[in-house]
Design a binder for this molecule. Structure first.
Ligand code: SF4
Length: 322
């Protein structure tokens, strides 16, 4: 049995590109390619990168909303990526997801209490009194009150909606929550409240979190370890302190250069502009080649290995000395 709570190995997910035409070659874009990472019990793993780099697709594959093309997702040693819907159903409550806009996932005609009770009912709790008791307990945990039980989703503020989204995930006692940009649409002061609440809940309930964000400042605040993702794959991974003390990959440095904080080191790097390119299946070389100021001839032809360059610190770049 795996000692990790979650172990992703060589995960791949492609989607069709709409440029084949009637007789042209039908190309596919790699949203996630050869991705491997682990999440330990009680850990917050931060996954950071630009929009469209494959972070959300990874999260959706973990909770069973999207099927992987190949690779494996071992949850407590079992490969959930190959499971049928029926096999996966008992595990669904252990693997929950919180979305950027929780409001869009809520039934606007139901009151908050009814929405949360419905989740419990779907997962087998038929006793109305126990459902209500559990809903009130969870509302309190996420900083809402009995008064919110009778409100409709549209009567909540943005921060309260995200608290409700977290309550919906918590109510069925998950072990791992994938948080996909859960504070991106909120004001900075509300962001801090939600992040602090998540950190406290994680400690109190022994949860593990996969926290997905494009915001390296938010990721730094909440994560124990960080994986930096570019074009569907990890380019750097280490613990939070080490990453900020010694970023190695050129892409990580460009992310740091975009933070208006003089104490965060991006070196001579400039924040990236423009869009990241599309990664097709026949893609060769380093994913960051087209935007990297250090790119050499070898980078165009040969993908750098994602390797340990110092204990507990992995990166994929031909220019990093071991
Ligand atoms: Fe830049 Fe080459 Fe390193 Fe890729 S392998 S990040 S292109 S230097």
């Amino acid at each position: 049995m795996s000692e990790h709570l979650l172990e992703i190995k060589n995960l791949k997910k492609t989607f069709p590109l709409r440029n084949g035409g009637w007789f042209g070659k039908k190309e596919r874009m790699c949203a996630v390619d050869n991705l491997s990472l682990t999440i330990e019990k009680g850990e917050t793993y931060g996954l950071v990168g630009e929009s469209g780099c494959g972070k959300s697709t990874t999260g959706r594959m973990i909770v069973g909303l999207t099927k992987a093309d190949s690779g494996s997702i071992l949850y407590e040693g079992k490969d959930i990526s190959k499971m049928s819907e029926r096999e996966f159903r008992p595990l669904r409550k252990e693997l929950q997801m919180v979305f950027q806009n929780s409001l869009s996932a809520l039934n606007p005609r139901l009151r908050i209490g009814e929405i949360l009770e419905e989740i419990l009912q779907i997962h087998g709790e038929q006793d109305k009194a126990k459902r209500r008791e559990r809903v009130l307990e969870v509302l309190e945990k996420v900083g809402l009150s009995e008064e919110h039980y009778f409100r409709f989703p549209h009567e909540l503020s943005g921060g309260q909606v995200q608290r409700l989204g977290i309550a919906g995930a918590l109510i069925i006692h998950p072990k791992l929550i994938v948080c996909d940009e859960p504070v991106s649409a909120l004001d900075v002061s509300i962001q801090a409240q939600i992040l602090n609440m998540l950190m406290n809940l994680k400690k109190e309930l022994g949860l593990s979190l996969l926290f997905i964000s494009h915001d390296i400042g938010v990721i730094r605040f909440i994560s124990d370890r960080i994986g930096v993702m570019y074009l569907g794959t990890l380019v750097e991974e280490t613990d939070t302190e080490r990453l900020f003390a010694n970023p190695l990959h050129p892409y990580t440095k460009t992310l740091f250069a975009a933070i208006p904080d003089p104490y965060i080191q991006g070196g001579d790097f400039q924040a990236l502009t423009g869009e990241q390119p599309v990664r097709t299946e026949d893609f060769q070389g380093c994913a960051f080649y087209s935007r990297c100021p250090y790119a050499k001839e070898i980078c165009k032809k040969q993908a750098p290995e994602f390797r340990e360059v110092e204990p507990g610190h992995k990166a994929a770049c031909h220019c990093i000395e071991k």
